[in-house]
Design a protein around this ligand. Structure first.
Ligand code: TYD
Length: 205
């Protein structure tokens, strides 16, 4: 079976983390080798860039370039070798996040985004992407309830997340065969069941 590259996306607080763990467990029970990773991050250099990105103020184009710099390293050092060796790769975020946060949220020029995407991965896209879709007001309540100190993105206002959400939905509409929008307002059990059905029908049959 051809190894697949699966990504999880959504605004902060949409609840993707526990679902990623469940999806990885599902694939492993089928006997598949799975590499679980995240962006920004996934490599030693990428994790250093993540620290800067999550905590240091910077120009929006610097932010976009560092996201793609971390991604270039991630592809070269982890994603491409893993897929070539037959492992599945499950990533918490990838390029759709740059479209949603930097283009949608911050107002990065679409042409610049498209040029970077073409440069960094001209021939590769995830096989399957889940976008966890949730009203930003509800996501903000969930984040506040965790008691964890918010990072630079999580401190943004609801309007920012409305733009991020809208950009995710545009990206999903542009590529419906790859991207599935998941209603993240339901119970974790309901969401997990839907994800399993999609993964089985899309990747395991
Ligand atoms: P996230 O993946 O949500 O991690 P955690 O659950 O540990 O907070 O945090 C990463 C943040 O980085 C998130 O707020 C979205 C942001 N981000 C971008 O703005 N652009 C990108 O290209 C990526 C990958 C992430």
């Amino acid at each position: 079976m051809k190894p697949r590259f699966i990504t999880f996306e959504g605004i902060d607080g949409a609840g993707k983390s526990s679902q990623i763990a469940a999806a990885v467990a599902l694939l492993r029970t089928r006997g598949l080798n799975v590499v679980q990773t995240r962006e920004p991050g996934g490599t030693p250099l990428g994790e250093k860039l993540r620290e800067l990105l999550l905590h240091d103020a910077m120009h929006l184009e610097t932010e976009a370039l560092l996201m793609f710099a971390a991604r270039r390293e991630h592809l070269a050092a982890l994603i491409e070798p893993a897929l070539a060796a037959g492992s599945w790769v499950v990533s918490d975020r990838f390029t759709d996040a740059t479209y949603a946060y930097q283009v949608g949220g911050r107002g990065l020029d679409e042409g610049r985004f498209a040029a970077l995407e073409r440069w960094v991965h001209p021939h590769l896209q995830p096989d399957l992407t889940f976008i966890f879709d949730l009203d930003p007001a509800i996501a903000a309540q969930r984040l506040a309830g965790t008691g964890v100190a918010p990072d630079r993105f999580e401190r943004e206002q609801t309007d920012f997340f409305r733009r991020v959400r809208a950009a995710y939905l545009r990206r999903a509409a542009a590529d419906p065969g790859r991207v599935r929008v998941i209603d993240a307002g339901r119970t974790p059990d309901e969401i997990q069941k839907e994800l399993e059905e999609i993964i089985v029908s899309h990747c395991l049959k």
